[in-house]
Design a protein. Sequence first.
Lengths: 316, 350
Amino acid sequence: MCGFTIPGWAGDDLSFNDQEVPTSLDDFRQIQKTLQSHLERARAATVCLKLENGSGSGVIVSAEGLILTAAHVTGGVGKEMTVIMEDGTQYRGVSLGLQSETDAAMFQIIDDGPFPFVSYDQEDTTKLGDWLFALGHSGGFDQSRGINVRVGRLVRDAESTIQSDCMLIGGDSGGPLFNMNGEVVGIHSRVGGSKEESMHVPLREFQRNWEQLLGEEFIGEGPFAQKGVPGTGFLGVLVEPDSDHGLKVIEVWENSVAQQAGILVGDHLIELAGEKLTAELFREEMRRRCAGDVIELQWKSGDQIKKQKIQLGQRP
Amino acid sequence: MEKWGSDQKAENSTRTEAMRVLTSIFLFFGPFLAANTLPSEKRKNGPLIQEALAPVQVYLQESSAVFYDNETYKNFIYGTVVSADGLILTKASELDQVSDYVVRIGTKKYRDVKVLATDTQWDVSLVAVDAEGLKPVDLKGESEVELGTWVVANGASERRFRRPRPGIVSAKRREIPGGTPAVLGIRFKMEDQKLLVLEVTKDSGAQKAGVKKGDLITSVDTMTIESEQSLVEYLRNKAPGDELKIGIEREGKTLELTVALVARHELYGGPQNRNDQMSGEFSARRTSFPMVLQHEVMLSARSVGGPLFTLEGKFLGMNIAAANRVESYAIPVENLSELFQRLKDKASIK
C-alpha cells in the first residue's frame, strides 16, 4: 500500500472493503473520509481532452504528462488534442498508441511540465466489492461545475473489463476510476442498459501493452477504434515539380485543408515531416496517409517560409 | 412410418447436440458469474445498503410528502414538509401535470390538498394539507458541505415506507443558467406589425390558454411585437413553466391570455443529444435555477421534490431536478428558506 505517501491521507483503515456491506453510518463516514482525502490530488490529475467535435476525459500518471484515456476518445495514433485542466488551463498534446479491442489508449502532453499526476494500481489489488470513485468531465468541460465525482463499488471483474455502479455519461469516457488508496484502477469506457452499469478498462490491460502503447502502436482490429484506410487522406492541392524549388502548387481545392492552412496557387511545398519533398515522396506519402492523419508541412509563399501541422481531410 | 422414425431420430440428435452446447455454456458462465459478480443487493442502490441507512431513513419517513396520481395510483412527485401544520414545498411544473392527486406523509393519507402559491423562477409550489404535529425539515440549517459528502434522498416509495437512496455531493454549487428552449407552441408569421397565428400545437401552453389559429398577437407581457425576431429573442430569456401575458386581436376584439411556456423537447420531441437519450426520465425543467447543490443520488423526474439529508439527518435542501443520468440538483436550504417566506407572503400566510 502506498497510501501513506499521499498528503492528506486519512489513515489506512480500509476495513469497509472487507465488509459485505456497510453496517453502520460510521462505515459510510469512513468511506467518505477516505474518498475526500484523495479528491484534491485526483481532481488535479483528471483532464478533459477536447476534440473538434466533442470531448472525453483522461488522467495524468506522470510528471511529464503521460495520460491514460480510452481508445474511442483518441480514435487513432498521432492525433492532436487540447488538454484542459479543472481550472481551465490548456495544454497541447498528441495521442500515442491504443488497444482497439479493450479501449485502452495513451496520450502525451507536449508542453513542458511538471504536471500533477496520480499513481495507478500496479499490483492489480482491487477486488470485487471494493469501494471506488469515478471522476470525469461529464458532458464536456464546464468550469463553473468542475469535475463530476461519483462513488460506487466494483460489481463485476472480468479479464479485459471491470464494471462498477458509479454512474457515467458521455464526456466521462477516458476518465479515471480510483480505488480508496487513491490509485487509478480503470478507465471509463462504456455503459450498459441500466444507469448503474458502467464498464471500465482495467489497468492490467494498460500494463499488458504498456510499451506498445508508449511506442505509438495501433493494436487490434477494433471495435473501439478503426484504423484509417491508406489513401483516404486529402490535402487538396495539385502540384508539379519545379526543379530545386520544390513542388509548385498549381491548384488548391475549395474548402480543402490546404486552403484552410493558407496554401496558395504559386506556393512551393518544400518539406514533409522534415524531409525534402520530391514528386515521388509526395505521391508515396499521400498513398499511405489516411483521413485524419496529421502531417507537418513546410512551404514557401512568396518570400516567406511557412511551417504548419495539417490534419488531412477525406479524399472526395 | 420409417420416414417419420428417421426424422424423429434426427431431431433427437439435434436436441442432444443443443443440450451439450447449453451445458458447456452454463459450465463456462456458471462459476464465472458466482465468483466475479457482486450480488445486486450489495450494490450501492441495493437493499442491504438501504438497511444500513436506517438511521437516516427516519428523517425521510417524517419529512417527505408523496404525491399520488388518483387515476394511476402511482406516485408522480415528492414534497418536502416545511411546517408542523401541513405546509409542503414541491416541484411546480411536475405538480401541474396531474390534476387529481392525494398526498401521503408518513403512513397517513391526505385527500384535501391546496396549492397556495407558486414561484416560477425556482419552479416551486407551496401546497397545504390539513395536518398537525408533522415533523418539518429544519430550514435554518446551511448547505455548505465538502465535495464527496454522503447525502440521502427518496429512492422509491412504498405506501408506508420511504426508501433511502445514497449518493455524494458531486460538483461545485452553482447557478444553472437557462438552456432548455421554451416555446409557446404556435407557428406564426409577421403580418402588418402583428404576429398571425398559423397553427396551435396540441397540448401546448398556447392551446391550453385558448389561443386560436388566425389570432393576431400584438404584445407579449409589456413588449409590443415589432418583428418575429423580437419574440424569439424574448423567449430566449425565458424558461419552461414561465407564464407570458399575450395580447391578442380576434375578430376585432382585443383580449389577454396567460400562456405557460413548455420545454421544446416535450412538445416536439428532439433535438435531444446522446446524453439525454441515455438519461431515462429526466426532469423537463432542469435549467435556469439561481443556485443548486449538485449530487449523484439516482433520481428521475418522478422522484424529485423531496428532501436531501446528510448521514446525520441534517437537511441540506430540496431536490428540484433530475438533470441527466449522473447529475441531480437540489435547492440549497438557505435559498429554500427565503423562497418559503416569499411563497407564504404571496399566499398571505403568517
